[in-house]
Structure formats: structure tokens, C-alpha cells
Design a protein around this ligand. Structure first.
Ligand SMILES: [Fe+2]
Ligand SMILES: [Fe+2]
Length: 263
């Protein structure tokens, strides 16, 4: 019989290892040609997460729980290592010790994603499958901020002459900033160790916004792949942010079923 912890662990690793590998690629492409050491480090992370993906292929839902837990541990170390590398790059950038084409907010953003991944693995190894009712809003907040950032990155990486798309990206950024503040408000209204009031309604609201952002990213990805718009956006980055929106939609459904199951 398959163990839900095994299933969830493999799913998290499948999704986030590819994401981590791509972050390393995006960072490497954003450095300037003389930043060879930082590029070499990025390449090492690409190899590290490729190895993890190869190992992952040897597991399945019926794998032994202990084996999966020790794999989780190994991947956890890798996620913490790439987090450290991203924070180092952020520090170098903020102190103006390097200049690159990686926006500080982007570097901070991908470090938050690495921390999230590491925390998920730690929780799973502690036997926590889903977040506690009082932390659902925190995880929601994490993803809303991620979506708000994506809208900002798209807006700033499009060519300025793509006025209509830049405007659309700005509207999405505003939409998600509002949702972030709403989540903060709800969290402060939350009774101790309970879920926030009207969480199901807030999740419905989130879903509507995420679906439209996801569709916008999908359109942008198709236009970029077909070379029909002008931008500095790598086609893989367009796809990457699209996948993260899809992931958030899955998480919203998970929370929804968790909340209704808990009642
Ligand atoms: Fe990402
Ligand atoms: Fe992201």
C-alpha cells in the first residue's frame, strides 16, 4: 500500500527539483561574461539537481518510507545549499560588488522558493502531510507574493514598446498585491491555532485571480516561443512561471479539500 508521505514527497521533489535546476540556469544566463566563478557555481547546481532527478526516477509510490525519508534529507541539503548560493548572490548585488542582469527581487524570490521547498521536505520528514489550519494562510501568503512578483518580473522584462502587455502585467501586479494585503489582514483576524475566518471564500477569490494570471502567462509563453513579442524573457522562464501558477492552483484545491474534510 502506498504511503501518503511517500507520494507527497516524490511529488514535491519532482516539481521543485526541476524549478531549482532552472533557477540555476536563469542565474547563470543573467551574469556577465567575467563572472565565471558564479557561473561555474550555478552550473554545479544544475548538475546537482539533475542527479536528484535521476535518483527520483528510481522511486515510486510503493517505495520504502525510510528510503524516501533519507532521500528527502539529501534533497533538503541541496535545497538549503542553493538557498545559500542565492542569498550570497543577493548580498553581492545589493552591496554593488557585482552587476548582473538578475534583478535583486528575482534573486530574493527564487531564494524564498528554495526555502519553501526545504521546509516542505522537513515537514514531510516530521510526518506533516498538510499544513496545520493556522498555517494555511501563511502558505497562501507565500504563493500570493510569488504571483505578485511574477507579474512584476514579466512587466519589467517585456520590451517597453509592448505597452499593452506591460499594462496588463501591471494590473496583475496590483491585483496580487491587494490579495497579499488581504491575506495579511485575515491572518491578523485569525483566532489562535484556527484557520482564518471565511478562508474558503478567500480561496475562491484567489482561484479566480490565479486562473487569469495563469492564462496570461500561457499566452505570453506562446507569443514568446513564436517570437511574436519583444522581451528579455527566456521561453523557459515564461514556462517556469506558468508551471508555478498551476502549482498554486493545485495547492488551493488541496487546501479546499483539507478545509472541507476538516469540518
Ligand atoms: Fe521559480
Ligand atoms: Fe517563481
Amino acid at each position: 500500500m502506498s504511503n501518503p508521505i511517500v507520494e507527497r514527497s516524490l511529488d514535491e521533489i519532482r516539481f521543485w527539483s526541476r524549478i531549482m535546476k532552472e533557477h540555476a540556469l536563469f542565474l547563470s544566463l543573467g551574469f556577465t561574461y567575467e563572472q565565471t566563478q558564479l557561473i561555474a557555481e550555478a552550473k554545479q547546481f544544475i548538475t546537482l539537481f539533475e542527479r536528484i532527478e535521476e535518483k527520483l526516477a528510481r522511486f515510486n509510490v510503493n517505495s520504502d518510507l525510510q528510503r524516501v525519508k533519507s532521500f528527502n534529507n539529501e534533497v533538503y541539503q541541496a535545497a538549503v545549499a542553493i538557498w545559500g548560493y542565492k542569498r550570497k548572490v543577493l548580498g553581492l548585488t545589493l552591496r554593488c560588488e557585482i552587476r548582473s542582469n538578475n534583478y535583486p527581487l528575482l534573486v530574493d524570490h527564487i531564494s524564498r522558493e528554495a526555502a519553501y521547498f526545504a521546509n516542505r521536505l522537513r515537514d514531510l520528514n516530521e510526518g506533516k502531510l498538510a499544513p496545520e489550519p493556522d498555517t494555511i494562510i501563511q502558505e497562501n501568503l507565500f504563493f500570493l507574493r510569488i504571483m505578485a512578483d511574477h507579474a512584476k518580473f514579466i512587466g519589467h522584462l517585456l520590451d517597453p514598446s509592448e505597452r499593452k502587455l506591460v499594462d496588463q502585467a501591471r494590473d496583475f501586479s496590483h491585483d496580487f498585491d491587494q490579495l497579499v494585503f488581504q491575506a495579511i489582514d485575515l491572518d491578523s483576524m485569525r483566532p489562535q491555532s484556527e484557520t482564518v475566518p471565511l478562508m474558503d471564500q478567500f480561496l475562491d477569490q484567489n482561484r479566480v485571480s490565479v486562473v487569469s494570471l495563469r492564462d496570461f502567462k500561457k499566452t505570453a509563453r506562446e507569443l514568446i516561443e513564436a517570437c511574436r513579442i519583444k522581451s528579455n524573457i527566456h521561453p523557459l522562464l515564461a514556462d517556469h512561471t506558468f508551471r508555478e501558477a498551476e502549482r498554486f492552483l493545485e495547492i488551493i484545491d488541496l487546501f479546499d479539500s483539507h478545509l472541507s474534510g476538516g469540518r
